[in-house]
Design a protein around this ligand. Structure first.
Ligand code: FAD
Ligand code: NAP
Length: 537
């Protein structure tokens, strides 16, 4: 029976992306009643919305998929090393159908508030369709990268042409043939879409504020042999991923960067370059800790990139020099830098000549006016906290989560926070989250929450809530670990630096996926150390 009409359930899950869908499946199989609310008309989350040309995963397809069911792993066959958005969305839909998930999901419905009844330890969840549901547990699977950000460009609303945000791309696609197009933003979304838009557009203007490190994906079709081999060895592949630093089965070079001979170093960088993309920052274990080691990786990178850009002046503009390599997420591209060799592509450095305004016909910088027909905003997200901040979450004593987090997010293990019993976060701040393969990360969080619920029930408890001390200690530990790395040197979205006025705080646990999972397991094994286990009086 569908729970769509139930007004009281064990668990409300917010979001039907990778995380919310697994949460529904897991909690349902524990015998809990679950309602999922999803703002979009269908499942998929990130992969429902981000349909811009060139959108793909940057974790290998065979790793960026659910591990909890070997049946799913064996039945689904990925066609490329890095799957396209449409293939990932097809996979998510296939899983939703196979596990009969849709009947408990209410689509086109945004959760607007969640208020705690402190006496009964129950949450009342309200929606923009004027529904209210009571739940013992609320699980926020709202996504770390699901609040798209549009900068406040003066005059943006006066632009007479088409405007698109990469994170809200039209389903029917966009044909830029014969058009003058501007892309603002050169993060992963810009870097993936720019080469394809350039092929269509009459002229493409790329507005770059900060140059980004991008490593070629080396994308290609998977061979029948590779697929068979992966399927035969999935268990081992996953075992390595669970123990790894970032949720995929690749191991860093056994030596530290400067311990390796120059030949060994170069061979290691070459091997990672061939692997493609974001994992380049993990060639050696000390690369994100030691500036000297990082500099070796950066020099190798620079040499590679210079070799594919025809104009040395352009190369100067495109190669980053303001942050260590990897301290912002390395982009994963297909022919990004080569695109700037095309005669129909112009790079505009917004650092040198800032965007002053947008008007009916185009973009004015401090130096020139660019007439365009279409504008693509690849300007990113209010990451980690932006989506949660849109929900009015009210905990103990009428405290609002947004107020508690005004100086930066506060969590214990990234899973919950003090004052908000039975409110769980999936892939929230304080977890490795976006530093890891997010599908495995979502599974790990949901499994931990499911175990905690079982523990409460077995012990006759009603609720679980982090202590203030545990939250304070965890934030301090996350900060301390981050300070010991190079990550805090970049103005990244990890630091909240991309959103004007956002507190500057490294929002993730940097100690590695495997290490983090060990900590979470130890906490559980010690009777949920750092949490209060509560009974309704
Ligand atoms: P999401 O997929 O973001 O889903 C959250 C859902 O919650 C959304 O559908 C949203 O509509 C819904 N929601 C939010 N608020 C509300 C509300 N108030 N009421 C109702 N519904 C709500 N990660 C990787 O590990 N590897 C990759 O290769 C990778 N590639 C990416 C590419 C792009 C273009 C982007 C933007 C991100 C990428 N990521 C990648 C990160 C990606 O976000 C995660 O991998 C993963 O898809 C997140 O799943 P999720 O379910 O946690 O969140
Ligand atoms: P992003 O990395 O935050 O990039 C946004 C870009 O817009 C940056 O170049 C930024 O410049 C620029 N920008 C923002 N505000 C601006 C302004 N006011 N004026 C001029 N430029 C401005 O966002 P994203 O590219 O959408 O990627 C976000 C994350 O999503 C990635 O890091 C990754 O985790 C994930 N993602 C992954 C993939 C993939 O390959 N699988 C693809 C897309 C996204 P600054 O750098 O100067 O701030």
């Amino acid at each position: 029976m569908s729970s769509e009409s139930k007004t009281s359930v064990d668990v409300v899950v917010v979001g039907a992306g990778f995380a919310g869908l697994y949460a529904l499946h897991k909690f349902r199989s524990q015998g809990l009643s679950v309602r999922v609310f999803e703002g979009a008309p269908d499942v998929g989350g990130t992969w429902y919305y981000n349909r811009y040309p060139g959108a793909r995963c940057d974790v290998e397809s065979v790793d960026y998929c659910y591990s909890f069911s070997d049946e799913l792993q064996q039945e689904w066959t990925w066609t490329e090393k890095y799957a396209t958005q449409s293939e990932i969305l097809a996979y998510i839909n296939w899983v939703a159908d196979k596990l009969d998930l849709r009947r408990d999901i209410t689509f086109n419905t945004r959760v607007t508030g969640a208020v705690l009844d402190e006496q009964r330890l129950r949450w009342t969840v309200s929606t923009d369709t004027d529904e209210t549901v009571e739940a013992r547990f609320v699980v926020m699977a709202t996504g770390p990268l699901s609040a798209a950000m549009t900068p406040d460009f003066k005059g943006l609303d006066t632009f007479g042409g088409e405007v698109y945000h990469t994170a809200h791309w039209p389903h029917e696609g966009v044909d830029f043939t014969g058009k003058r197009v501007a892309v603002i933003g050169t993060g992963s979304s810009g870097v993936q879409s720019i080469p394809i838009i350039a092929e269509q557009a009459e002229h493409l203007y790329v507005f770059q504020r900060t140059p980004n490190y991008s490593v070629p994906a080396g994308n290609r079709p998977l061979t029948a042999e590779e697929i068979a081999d992966t399927k035969a060895n999935y268990a081992e592949r996953r075992r390595m991923s669970w123990r790894s630093g970032g949720g995929s089965p690749h191991v860093a070079h056994p030596k530290l960067t400067m311990e390796a001979t120059p030949e060994e170093r170069r061979a290691a960088f070459e091997k990672r370059w061939e692997l493609g993309g974001v994992l380049f920052s993990k060639t050696f274990t000390d690369q994100m800790v030691s500036l000297e080691a990082n500099e070796e990786a950066r020099k190798f990178y620079e040499e590679k990139i210079r070799s594919v850009i025809d104009d040395p002046e352009l190369a100067e503009l495109l190669i980053p020099n303001d942050h260590p390599i990897g301290t912002k997420r390395i982009c994963t591209d297909s022919n990004y830098f080569q695109t700037f060799n095309r005669p129909n592509v112009t790079l505009i450095s917004v650092k040198k000549t800032p965007i002053e305004s947008i008007d009916a016909t185009g973009i004015a910088t401090s130096e020139a006016h660019f007439e365009i027909d279409a504008l693509v905003l690849a300007t990113g997200f209010d990451a980690m906290t932006g989506t949660l901040a849109k929900i009015d979450i009210v905990g103990r004593g009428g405290r609002r989560l947004v107020d508690d987090w005004v100086d930066g997010p506060r969590t214990y293990l990234g899973l919950g926070t003090d004052g908000f019993p039975n409110l769980f976060l999936v892939s929230g701040p304080g977890a490795p989250a976006v530093l890891a393969n997010m599908v495995l990360h979502a599974e790990a969080h949901v499994n931990w929450i499911a175990d905690a619920i079982e523990y409460l029930d077995d012990g006759g408890y009603d609720a679980i809530e982090p202590t203030t001390e545990a939250v304070d200690n965890w934030i301090a530990e996350c900060a301390q670990r981050a300070e010991a790395t190079l990550f805090t040197r970049a103005n990244s979205w990890y630091m909240g630096a991309n959103v004007p006025g956002k507190p500057r705080q490294f929002m993730l646990f940097i100690g590695g996926f495997g290490t983090y999972l060990d900590i979470c397991s130890e906490v559980a094994a010690a009777g949920y150390k750092g949490f209060d286990l509560l009974k309704v009086p």
